[in-house]
Design a protein around this ligand. Sequence first.
Ligand SMILES: *[C@@H]1O[C@H](CO)[C@@H](O)[C@H](O)[C@H]1NC(C)=O
Ligand SMILES: *[C@@H]1O[C@H](CO)[C@@H](O)[C@H](O)[C@H]1NC(C)=O
Ligand SMILES: *[C@@H]1O[C@H](CO)[C@@H](O)[C@H](O)[C@H]1NC(C)=O
Ligand SMILES: *[C@@H]1O[C@H](CO)[C@@H](O)[C@H](O)[C@H]1NC(C)=O
Length: 429
Amino acid sequence: MLFSGVAPILLLAARSAAAAAINSAMGRPNDVDHDGALGYKHKYGKWSPKIVIVSMFSPEAEVWYDNMKNGSLGDILANNITVPGLSPLYPHVHCTENGEICQLTMGESEINAAASMMAFALSDLFDLTKSYFLLAGIAGINPKLGTLGSIALSRFTVQVALQYEIDAREMPDNFSTGYFSYGTYAPGEYPTSIYGTEVQELNEDLRNAAVTFAQRAKLADSTGAAEYRSKYSTEDGLYAAGAEAPSVIKCDSATSDVYYTGAMLSEAFENTTQLWTNQTSMTYCMTAQEDSSVLHAIMRAAVWGKVDYSRAILMRSGSDFDRPPPGITPFQHLRLIDQNGFEIAIQNLYIAGVEIVKGILDEWDSTYNKGIKPSNYVGDIFGTLGGEPDFGSGSVFGGAGFSRSSGTEVGLTKRRLAARNGRSAGGWK
Ligand SMILES: *[C@@H]1O[C@H](CO)[C@@H](O)[C@H](O)[C@H]1NC(C)=O
Ligand SMILES: *[C@@H]1O[C@H](CO)[C@@H](O)[C@H](O)[C@H]1NC(C)=O
Ligand SMILES: *[C@@H]1O[C@H](CO)[C@@H](O)[C@H](O)[C@H]1NC(C)=O
Ligand SMILES: *[C@@H]1O[C@H](CO)[C@@H](O)[C@H](O)[C@H]1NC(C)=O
């Protein structure tokens, strides 16, 4: 997540103290039994939620807990299930009484997100083969495409900081940024040394369906947010979207552990996103610290039939702009001024997210049980799930995807690729 003006440590401490007091719940169809060491173990069957809400930290989770407590979908804290390998701060998956909706909190940034999602997706307590994953977190927003409180649903997420970096004060005079892709000699060149986590592409048909559901929501807004966003109304109209009221938008997500701010880095990562996804125009609108990690972990589990990668939805809400308006420095913008976006961004995660949840549940029998077949390529740059990526330099699995039985040796393929690119294999770790 990316946010400003709140001290997360206090919230984390409160949450984990509450979590220590967890105990058993009765009467659900897929019963579980208390077990000293793990808290719970499944007894008669596995939990098989239709939807899993994925939060990164407490405020994103609390908004679901608070609103669902007395709501028609049921209390999401009706069942607390301890899952080995989750974040020590958030060791439980929470589910409604009937087990249809579950929620987990992964912890912030790339390492927490990947480790938590991997543990969950491979857990024997759950059957997630038909589950939809709704990633629902707050983020930095690009004022060229959206504003505080905007809800973005993405087709791509890009791990933008997976690059060489020379401090801008020491970079060559003709570089536009200190970041440039692995294996290249300048910004703007396509990477030739590939790690595999650069880009994740999602089911665009499901994304579009989620947009239709989310558009049923009346998004929260505030006068404080309206005041700050009005500063983005400039002569040249470059940030016109930033000055408008929040809405539901389709655009892509940048993942970075580094919480960057300012026009220079934001533009550099706009360029990276466009270049690595082979798009003809700039589509980057949200910046957060987890999306590539979560989706890569879901994809790894999908290889082994544990989940369906084409059921993942990436939703972010704008809590703060990734760059300041005219007349305000990046430092002032990041640390000294309250942009007033945090509260509406958190509210809108629920307000828009619950429409997606309801939409999927309402149309479960007719549509979502069997799933929405993607008409675009889905997966990573290696073609791990099969098919030819519509970005990158071609599947390393020859379009067939990773084979569980033959266990294709990717290390060899990597060396072949490196040789083809006329580079030493040294770039491959
Ligand atoms: C589940 O945990 C939450 C705290 O995270 C608690 O408020 C709730 O009562 C617990 N539910 C049950 C059934 O114990
Ligand atoms: C930058 O300048 C160097 C040295 O003159 C040149 O070799 C290189 O191609 C230039 N790079 C770009 C991106 O223009
Ligand atoms: C982004 O790409 C454009 C077009 O190539 C270039 O003019 C601009 O300098 C780049 N911006 C940064 C910050 O690298
Ligand atoms: C994506 O762009 C790169 C660099 O321009 C190019 O080498 C590659 O073939 C393109 N991939 C696809 C699938 O269009």
